[in-house]
Design a protein around this ligand. Structure first.
Ligand code: NAI
Ligand code: MG
Length: 355
């Protein structure tokens, strides 16, 4: 008999708004998928987020990174609540954790599942991945406020782009492109911005020499926004800095049915640090607490997590079950034009898993 695989030690951060709803659905599906291959999912639930901030003045404890490191990976819902300033929670939790754990790469796949209605026409076969640099760029947090409250307030936000960080993201994107179609599109804005993005162009072109099987193109972000809608099937792997990657991935999500469909992984290149897997969407306070949230983005984030931990059969099983469930409009949540609840769609996925 073969030895049973070690249990997956999963830290779960449900967070705020729809976070707990979609995370509960995803954990249910992941537990079943791991059990189906004879494994076990051991979860630790962490109460980090808005409520903790209101109670204790901080969204997460000071030793958060150390807590995370006692696990194999993190499944995160979302943070954000109307009664707490956004930056306290987004910076105090997810951006903070990405930086503390040096989760330098954010991988955001967009796959148009058959049967899912989209606001953009002709999206059949769309299957692309955005690799976004996750620690620097416009979100590095450098800047300040001068003349505050004088009526002449001055906001200074400095973007930072370093060769080391660009190289890391580039290697990840090239390796991914090698496994996929062999096409990589770098997204920059080197016509208007004269320092950071030309550095991206230069460094990524240098890295390209190590990946002769991958064809690199450099596209300006505004042109990419149009192309993503006009000819999305011409795209496979996109590499972008923090801001452009963030914006383009919301746009790309629309090609797959919207924010409820977009998963993501925050990973440390090299993989010695637990990754954080989360839906691209936020806490969606407008629909929270009513069972209206689409759990697919979070469930697919769980599949990415299991893939990266080597549980590829479990991950594959989840994606197949999601695809099968989405074929039937009865299982569509309101964002997809249906009236299924979060729990209905999660059960439909569970029912289609071979367990
Ligand atoms: P959002 O992604 O929460 O919502 C945008 C729109 O998409 C809303 O109409 C919402 O109802 C819909 N939506 C989102 N997720 C959905 C799902 N699973 N199923 C169906 N519909 C869904 O973005 P928004 O409204 O800009 O931000 C709300 C809060 O979330 C803010 O406090 C923001 O700071 C926070 N946020 C947190 C993120 C994180 O934790 N990683 C990421 C983005 C926003
Ligand atoms: Mg975003």
């Amino acid at each position: 008999m073969t030895q049973p695989a070690a249990p997956v030690r999963l830290a779960v951060i449900p967070g705020d708004g729809v976070g707990p709803e979609v995370v509960a659905a995803a954990v249910l599906v992941m537990r079943a998928a791991v059990a189906a291959e004879g494994g076990e999912l051991k979860t630790t639930e962490l109460d980090w987020g808005g409520e903790r901030f209101l109670r204790e003045g901080a969204a997460m404890p000071a030793d958060a990174a150390a807590v995370v490191k006692t696990h194999d990976a993190v499944l995160f819902g979302a943070v954000g609540r109307p009664d707490v300033p956004d930056h306290e929670l987004v910076w105090g939790l997810i951006i903070g954790l990405r930086q503390q754990l040096d989760l330098a790469v954010n991988v955001r796949p967009v796959h148009a599942f058959p049967g899912v209605p989209t606001k953009v026409r002709d999206t059949d076969g769309v299957d692309l991945v955005i690799v976004r640099e996750n620690t620097e760029g416009e979100y590095v947090g450098a800047g300040g406020l001068a003349h505050a409250g004088t009526g002449h307030d001055l906001g200074i936000e400095v973007a930072v782009h370093s060769r080391r960080v660009i190289e890391r993201a580039a290697h990840h994107a090239f390796a991914l492109a090698e496994q996929r179609s062999g096409r990589l599109s770098l997204v920059t804005k080197s016509n208007a911005m004269r320092f950071g993005y030309p550095l991206w162009d230069r460094v990524v072109t240098e890295v390209a020499e190590q990946y002769p099987a991958v064809e690199l193109e450099i596209v300006l972000v505004d042109a990419m926004a149009a192309r993503m809608i006009q000819s999305p099937r011409s795209l496979d792997v996109l590499l972008a800095g923090n801001l452009f990657g963030d914006i383009l991935s919301d746009l790309a999500a629309v090609l797959a049915g919207g924010m409820g469909m977009a998963p993501s992984a925050n990973i440390h290149p090299g993989g010695q640090v637990p990754g954080i897997y989360e839906p691209v969407h936020g806490s969606a306070p407008d629909i929270a607490g009513r069972g209206l949230a689409n759990p697919v983005a979070c469930i697919l984030s769980g599949a990415l997590l299991l893939d990266d931990l080597g549980h590829t059969n479990a991950a594959h099983g989840i994606r197949e079950a999601v695809a099968a469930a989405l074929l039937d409009p009865v299982n569509h949540t309101p964002d997809l034009g249906g009236d299924a609840t979060t729990a209905d769609l999660a059960s439909a996925v569970l029912n289609r898993m071979e367990i």
